[in-house]
Design a protein around this ligand. Structure first.
Ligand code: ZN
Length: 109
């Protein structure tokens, strides 16, 4: 499951969390779980990367999970297709000053 966020006033889902709802400006936002299987909407390959990324090119995509659009790295750069099913996996994103940073990556199914 992906830990997403829901506005208790208007009901929209979001990821990552906003301190104020982008739809109704309410601050009553609660954590919810949504499906970790979604659809890849678009992607690109990045060749000019800041320090801390090991993989080149770096595939980045936008995928939709239960109506929530999430931006993230993809676990491989070949054989990607818009509309393919992906699973969000929590894993290492990059390393900064020896510290590992984690987040969701999209694994093609
Ligand atoms: Zn709202």
């Amino acid at each position: 499951m992906i830990r997403a966020f829901k506005c208790e006033s208007c009901g929209i889902l979001m990821y990552p969390k906003h301190s104020v709802c982008p739809s109704c400006n309410d601050r009553n936002i609660k954590r919810v779980e949504i499906s970790d299987e979604g659809t890849l909407l678009t992607y690109t390959l990045l060749y000019a990367l800041p320090e801390g990324f090991e993989e080149k090119p770096l595939p980045i995509g936008i995928a939709e999970f239960d109506g929530v659009r999430v931006t993230g790295q993809i676990t491989r750069s070949d054989n990607l297709n818009i509309g393919m099913r992906v699973k969000a996996v929590y894993s290492k994103i990059r390393e900064v000053n020896g510290k590992e940073l984690f987040g969701y990556k999209f694994k093609p199914l």
